[in-house]
Design a protein around this ligand. Structure first.
Ligand code: GUN
Ligand code: ZN
Length: 491
């Protein structure tokens, strides 16, 4: 079987896709709940109820334990977990990163994954942690590439094969890793060894790593963000083109008494009220959950519900074309997430090439919105305007507009565009009445550039005080003529 990933809909670098596996089709983006074959917090057979379409488990743990190995080899992985949908298996690389060694070779663990009937196998990559020397990251990456390519030669049947991207925090190694893997047609590309970054809230660096990896990968291939299970960062990761996540977080957090929300994590002991309407939180009060004998299980269930609710939220945002607005909202829940948003928009030229040209409405949610792809795209196109004669730039209609050769509307964060386009995306943007100086500055600078590129025209300005008090307006006044005309509310 040739693995197929179909892309149905796009927004920013995010997409809704369909991944075909031997046990059925998975709609992405989605989360794979991590099933620990030794500890059954919630039975795998119930995972469908939460919205799970695919699970992930660890083939190394299964291979190391006689009872599990026997059942998996004789009756198959799907029988062992009692789940009839697709199951991805990890290789023991994570144990390698924790214990420094594993008692299995790459070839053995790939064969084992094949023999137990895994849908997506992972080779024994080396998850090089952040901040190691360039030399170490480079050497370990070469070993990873050798193993992953060797696995590609072993896996020829139905099973899908993942090619993990490594390279630590060295971005050129991430690009190199991604480009090298892309020559071998893997079915899924996980971005590896990012767990330590997420644990220490280094989300801005996570953005660097994901985008560097994506730059080296074929954009039509599915990408898995290894070890990312907190719904707070799903929208951000999806906007960069991640399609699959795996969550051990729902169970690990529950074990520690932690209640997940899309804005972060709370301790159950600190909650007097439950800010959620999942079946668990609707049926119980906070104190009931605290004192329940199955408190951890109830928490794990709530954690799974919110995790999948956020996935649906993200998919709906992609359908509506407002994924970046969701990202901007989510990134306001923690200062480290805000840093990540600002870092994301350093890559706007990259996002712009993938972002659809037309969506519904551009919602301005804060200063970062003036760095969005639509704004950068508009700036790049200023050179296309060819204006002569008398040109009016205003933000509300004024008397005598018919006497001008061109009338342009002024709206931050864009600048000036033909009034005829006012209802067209993105100029139909919803912006606040009180605009921040950054966005006004971007728009005024774009107008200055427009006038400088059309020096045959004579430009007139009629802008409200909110915009004329900006320092850049002084520069604009040198090349355009302010009108005293008051806006005509009746027009
Ligand atoms: N789980 C979390 N990170 C990684 C990684 O980099 N590689 C593998 N194989 N599993 C992981
Ligand atoms: Zn809940």
């Amino acid at each position: 079987m040739t693995a197929v990933f179909e892309i149905l809909q796009k927004d920013a670098a995010g997409r809704i896709g369909r991944l075909h596996t031997p046990h059925g089709v998975v709609e992405t983006p989605t989360v794979m709940p991590v099933i620990n074959p030794n500890i059954n917090t919630i039975p795998s057979s119930e995972m469908h109820q939460f919205g799970a379409q695919i699970l992930i488990t660890n083939s190394y743990i299964i291979s190391r334990k006689e009872v599990l190995r026997k059942v998996a080899l004789e009756k198959g992985l799907h029988h062992l977990l009692d789940f009839d949908g697709p199951i991805m298996t990890d290789s023991g690389s994570f144990q390698l990163s924790v214990y420094g060694d594993v008692e299995v070779t790459n070839e053995q663990i790939i064969e084992f994954q094949k023999n137990i009937g895994s849908d997506i196998a992972v080779p024994l990559d080396i998850p090089t942690p952040p901040d190691v020397s360039y030399k170490r990251a480079e050497e370990e990456l070469e070993t990873t590439l050798e193993r992953v390519i060797a696995a590609r030669e072993i896996v020829t049947d139905d099973m899908l094969l993942a090619g993990p991207v490594q390279g630590s925090t060295h971005l050129d190694l991430r690009v190199h890793s991604a480009k090298s893997l892309s020559k071998y047609a893997f079915d899924v590309y996980p971005i590896g060894a990012v767990v330590p970054l997420m644990e220490s809230y280094r989300y801005a660096e996570l953005v660097d790593i994901v985008i560097s990896s994506k730059k080296g990968l074929d954009p039509v291939k599915p990408v898995h963000l290894f070890g990312a299970g907190h719904p707070m960062m799903f929208a951000l990761a999806v906007s960069m083109g991640c399609d699959l996540f795996d969550s051990a977080a729902y169970a690990l957090y529950a074990k520690a008494g932690r209640y997940i929300t899309v804005a972060g994590t709370t301790h159950l002991k600190d909650l007097q009220y439950l800010p959620c309407n999942c079946p668990v939180c609707s049926a119980h009060t906070a104190s009931e959950i605290k004192s329940a004998s199955n408190s951890k299980e109830l928490l794990a269930r709530h954690n799974l519900y919110v995790t999948f609710a956020e996935i649906r939220n993200i998919k709906q945002a992609i359908r509506e074309g407002n994924l970046l607005e969701l990202v901007e909202q989510r990134c306001r829940s923690h200062p480290s997430m805000l840093s990540a948003l600002k870092r994301l928009y350093k890559y706007t030229p990259w996002l712009e090439r993938l972002d659809p040209f037309s969506k519904s409405t551009f919602f301005y949610t804060g200063p970062e919105s003036s760095k969005r792809p639509e704004v950068v795209r508009f700036k790049e196109r200023i050179g296309r305007f060819n204006l002569n004669g008398k040109i009016l730039i205003r933000s509300k209609s004024v008397k005598g507009e018919a006497t001008y050769d061109h009338v342009l509307n002024f709206k931050p964060p864009f600048g000036a565009y033909p009034v005829e386009l006012s209802e067209v995306y993105p100029f139909n943007a919803e912006i606040p009445g009180e605009m921040d100086p950054g966005a006004i500055g971007v728009a005024l600078q774009n107008v200055i550039e427009l006038i400088n590129k059309n020096r045959n025209g004579v430009f007139y300005l009629n802008l409200p005080e909110q915009y004329t008090v900006h320092s850049l307006y002084e520069n604009l006044k040198k090349i355009a003529i302010p009108l005293d005309e008051m806006p005509n509310e009746n027009l």
